[in-house]
Design a protein. Structure first.
Lengths: 365, 259, 73
């Protein structure tokens, strides 16, 4: 069993953030909000970048205690076939979506690397930007995904508390804490342009997780200084599995965390999903959050309405349509941005830096 | 122990002294002594039989605890700098080399392209490369990537005494760097050296401010004290500067009352 | 014993210098007043280490650089 890396416990690194998050912190929430808003405005302007998730499959080999898709649950398992993926993509495009996050569970025979790769190829043909939130892969696998048009990998540590992590991940490859921790670095090493990090708030003591998540961001940005990093704040909500989060995070604490992250990490994309209510998302837009999912379905597929009534991974709280959500943003003087990437720049980033080598472009058909 | 780690050398002093512009070598040596410095820069020059006192190597060798960091000043290309580095290493035995390539004698700004080339080559050859650069955050990371031991961004132009004119860029470099950041050039006063250390610099390099002071050894001692104070303040955790003013209408009212 | 009439011209630190034919680098160093301890010597761009300086003989037209460490920032 490998030991945890030194950067995970470097308190000096996260001192600024700790000062803002501590319960005894003298800084009032409103002051943090004002500073966070000012920084967001300067750095990101009045825009929110929008994306939508597409669950390709809910097959899973892991035993995460908190997830409705854990391998011991009675959920009906299915995966999207290529023609279904095509239909989903077209349905999503009709809603205006052009930035997509493809999701699967942990590696299974039904939804393995090849399945994922082929799905990325399909998505890259239809969507301007394709990211993936799936199972940890090798550097070579990430490089292949990058060559096929994937520019982002989201992988949450879930919790940075090693004891809690090992208790919650009961079996399967996900049980390895350090391997999971090293996954974003492998993705960047493979030439993926952006990684999305996060802790599932509610699983462990949230302030500890926040500080270690911050240290993870700082550690990665020192080595992979050309890379984009985004931080999400998934907060445990009632879901199909019925897991009660032992460390619930209330609205105020979540807001405080988001503002503090914005102040401590002025250049990092901060992401809020549809786990949060409409009112919360509207309020946080422009105060620190710069990226949100829209019109989400957390069932397998679901955009191409076939009348299925499957249960999703988590219950969507903000179920507004894309149109409704965009109207709400515009009312707050924020411009929704659907396309913020040009696929001509797809392909693995050169981690070492170029010295005028000819670029090799792999085109997947 | 809060040591400055450069390669496999550990230093207790975070003040690096330049040896140029002093009125005479006796004053320079006194300043070196009173500063407590353990690392001094020297430049390769032609021997001059009429000015035997130009040679600093002899006298510096007699001071205990001093490591030499030869610079490549005079070089205007990477290959000249590499050549100077080889000669310097052979003469001094020190693996340190300050890559200093400034082709324009008016402003003495460093050439980033030649500097990068020279640094890349010398790092591969096992030198402890300390490149002198403009405060360019991306160049700093590129140099770190090729194996430099530190980066030395300027505070302001050599000898200009304009202090930390590049503070904003220095902050970015310090934040992003995995190797010590040593502010070099342009520092005029001990308070500026303290400010640089408070920002998180690993060390500062001072030359003109000490050499042309009224009393160089006393000034060197003042700089030493400032560097210690600034470093201690940094490690003690400075109070944050206050941020934006609070908005007139509450931004967080949508959150409702605290649970 | 060297014949005083046989002098050669070399280039030393960019300037012309005459010295007896067959002089070694060590001898050149004492002519110019250097004790050789704190100097680097290059002959035609090649470094001549201290232990080789008495054996290294100078030829007509050799370009010699004698370098020291002087003050610098």
């Amino acid at each position: 069993m490998s030991s945890s890396p030194g950067w995970l416990t470097d308190e000096r690194e996260s001192a600024l953030l700790a000062g803002m998050l501590a319960p005894s912190s003298p800084v009032p929430l409103e002051a943090l909000a004002a500073e966070s808003k000012a920084i967001t405005l300067r750095r990101f302007g009045r825009t929110i970048s929008l994306y939508a998730p597409l669950y390709l499959s809910n097959h899973c080999s892991s035993g995460c205690a908190y997830c409705g898709f854990a391998s011991d649950r009675k959920t009906i398992r299915r995966r999207l076939e290529p023609d279904e993926i095509e239909r989903e993509l077209l349905a999503m495009k009709k809603l205006g979506i052009s930035d997509i996050l493809l999701l699967t569970g942990e590696r299974t025979k039904a939804a393995d690397f090849d399945y994922l790769r082929r799905s990325v190829e399909l998505a890259a043909r239809r969507m301007q930007r394709v990211s993936v939130e799936a199972f940890p892969m090798s550097v070579a696998e990430y490089r292949t995904l990058a060559e096929c048009g994937c520019t982002g990998i989201t992988i949450y540590q879930e919790t940075y508390n090693r004891d809690r992590y090992e208790a919650l991940h009961r079996w399967g490859p996900k049980k390895d804490f350090v391997d999971r921790l090293e996954t974003p670095a492998r993705a960047l090493e493979g030439g993926i342009k952006t990684v999305g990090l996060g802790a599932l708030l509610g699983l462990s003591e949230p302030l500890e997780d926040a500080l270690m998540l911050y240290r993870h961001v700082r550690h990665l940005s020192r080595t992979y200084w050309r890379a984009g990093i985004s931080v999400s704040f998934p907060r445990m909500r009632p879901q199909t599995g019925g897991y009660e989060p032992p460390f619930p995070v209330d609205d105020h604490l979540l807001a405080r965390m988001i503002f503090a992250f914005r102040i401590a990490l002025p250049d990092v994309e901060l992401v809020l999903s549809t786990r949060e209510s409409a009112a919360y998302r509207d309020g946080m837009a422009g105060l620190g959050i710069t990226r949100m999912s829209i019109a989400s379905r957390t069932t397998v597929g679901g955009y191409d309405d076939t009348g299925r009534t499957d249960k999703g991974q988590f219950d969507v709280s903000d179920d507004r349509t894309a149109k409704e959500f965009c109207a709400a943003l515009r009312e707050r003087n924020i411009e929704p941005v659907f396309k913020n990437w040009e696929p001509v720049f797809n392909g693995p980033s050169d981690v070492q830096g170029t010295t005028m080598k000819p670029e090799e472009v792999h085109i997947c058909h | 122990m809060d040591l400055l780690q450069l390669g496999n050398y550990s230093f207790t002093s975070r003040l690096i002294l330049g040896t140029g512009k002093f009125s005479n070598s006796k004053v320079m040596l006194e300043a070196v002594r009173s500063s407590g410095t353990q690392l001094v820069t020297v430049a390769l020059r032609r021997f001059n039989r009429e000015q035997l006192e130009d040679d600093l190597f002899g006298p510096l060798r007699e001071l205990p605890g001093i490591t030499l960091m030869p610079n490549t000043s005079g070089a205007s290309t990477a290959s000249e700098a590499v050549r100077a580095a080889h000669i310097s290493r052979e003469l001094s035995g020190s693996p340190f080399i300050k890559v200093e390539i400034h082709p324009n004698p008016q402003h003495l700004m460093p050439d980033p392209i030649e500097t990068f080339e020279a640094a890349r080559i010398l790092a591969k050859e096992g030198f402890l490369v300390m490149p002198y650069i403009a405060a360019d955050p991306v160049l700093a990371k590129r140099l770190e990537d090729v194996g430099c031991t530190s980066v030395m961004p300027l505070g302001s132009a050599i000898g200009s005494g304009q202090g930390l004119a590049t503070a904003e860029m220095l902050n970015i470099i310090i934040r992003e760097s995995g190797i010590p950041v040593i502010v070099d050039a342009g520092l005029r006063s001990p308070s500026e050296a303290a400010a640089a250390m408070e920002m998180g610099c690993g060390a500062v390099l001072v030359n003109s401010a000490v050499a042309v002071a009224g009393d160089p050894p006393a000034m060197a001692e003042a700089f030493a004290g400032a560097v210690i104070a600034g470093r201690q303040a940094f490690r003690a955790g400075l109070m944050q500067k206050s941020g934006a003013a609070v908005a007139t209408s509450p931004l967080t009212s949508f959150l409702g009352a605290k649970a | 014993m060297k014949e005083m009439s046989q002098m050669i011209t070399i280039e030393l630190n960019g300037k012309e210098e005459t010295l007896p034919s067959g002089s070694s680098v060590s001898e050149l160093l004492s002519i110019v007043g250097s004790d050789g301890k704190n100097v680097a010597v290059l002959v035609n761009d090649q470094s001549v280490r201290p232990e080789n300086r008495s054996a290294k003989l100078l030829q007509k037209g050799d370009r010699v650089e004698i370098l020291i460490f002087a003050g610098g920032g």
